[in-house]
Design a binder for this molecule. Structure first.
Ligand code: AP5
Length: 235
């Protein structure tokens, strides 16, 4: 796969020791891949087939920033810079989220784990049955991210060119006309996010591959084709 290396590399973050969280009897799925690979897009579709709730650490962090919580205040500067939020903050978020009733039969993690310490912590709380890696070359990522917009009401994900709403200005899913673009969806921050992915997250591929649960999916195709292949991998 072609990789477009960022011109400025992010400094490596020191390893954070993380304790395994309390054990919960459930089996979960991880959606893995670079920023803009289509994890959120596919999560919304797979959720309908599997019944597993989507747990997106990015969405949770953005909600925390919007609410002005302590977690949000800790996370904002990292998100604005396109860097990973420290592991202890992320793991605390997940620890709280998996207490919710809808998580009792497993969840679909979107954008988590992103470091080996996060994966080790996750292993202490849930069985991960499948890690679905959506692979997209770096040179396609900037175009995807810079054209993204989401429904402010239901969170449906769109793209100016690749996946527009059927009726201009109206969400396909809920009919809302309130759309948002993310503050970190700009060409400069994307390069930092890609750098963080290659340096800190991509090593997880070997970690999960060694466990025999890692499935590589070509994400540089039509959205429907990718969904079909993911569902086959989950069978
Ligand atoms: P997060 O919100 O997780 O962002 P991300 O990983 O950068 O992923 P994205 O949401 O940008 O992309 P996606 O793969 O979901 O793609 P999408 O489906 O939207 O994280 C944001 C920040 O929070 C991070 O930078 C970090 O600071 C922090 N953070 C979050 N989790 C963390 C963690 N675990 N540890 C530490 N820090 C964490 O699609 C993108 C666009 O492409 C859309 O417009 C879509 O319509 C379009 N598209 C989708 N599929 C296709 C296709 N097949 N063909 C053409 N276009 C497509």
């Amino acid at each position: 796969m072609a990789t477009l290396r960022p011109s400025v590399a992010c400094p490596a973050r020191p390893t954070v020791k993380t304790e395994a969280l309390h054990a919960v009897n459930m089996e979960s799925i991880v959606l893995f891949g670079p920023p803009g690979a289509g994890k959120g897009t596919q999560a919304q579709r797979i959720m309908q087939s599997t019944g597993l709730p989507q747990v997106s650490t990015g969405d949770m962090l953005r909600a925390s920033v919007a609410a002005g919580t302590e977690t949000g205040m800790k996370a904002k500067k990292f998100m604005d810079a396109g860097q990973l939020v420290p592991d202890d903050v992320i793991i605390a978020l997940i620890r709280d989220r998996i207490q919710d009733a809808d998580a009792s039969n497993g969840v679909m993690f979107d954008g988590f784990p992103r470091t080996i310490p996060q994966a080790e912590a996750l292993a202490g709380i849930t069985n991960v049955s499948h890690v679905i890696a959506i692979e997209v070359p770096d040179e396609k990522i900037v175009e995807r991210i810079c054209g993204r917009y989401t429904c402010g009401n239901c969170g449906a994900v769109y793209h100016d060119t690749f996946n527009p709403t059927k009726t201009e200005g109206t969400c396909n899913s809920c009919g809302s006309s309130d759309f948002k673009r993310r503050a970190d969806d700009n060409a400069d921050t994307v390069m930092s996010r890609l750098s963080a992915y290659h340096e800190q997250t991509s090593p997880l591929a070997d970690w999960y591959d060694s466990k025999g649960i890692f499935h590589r999916i070509d994400g540089d195709r039509a959205i429907d084709e990718i969904s079909t292949d993911i569902l086959i991998a989950l069978e």
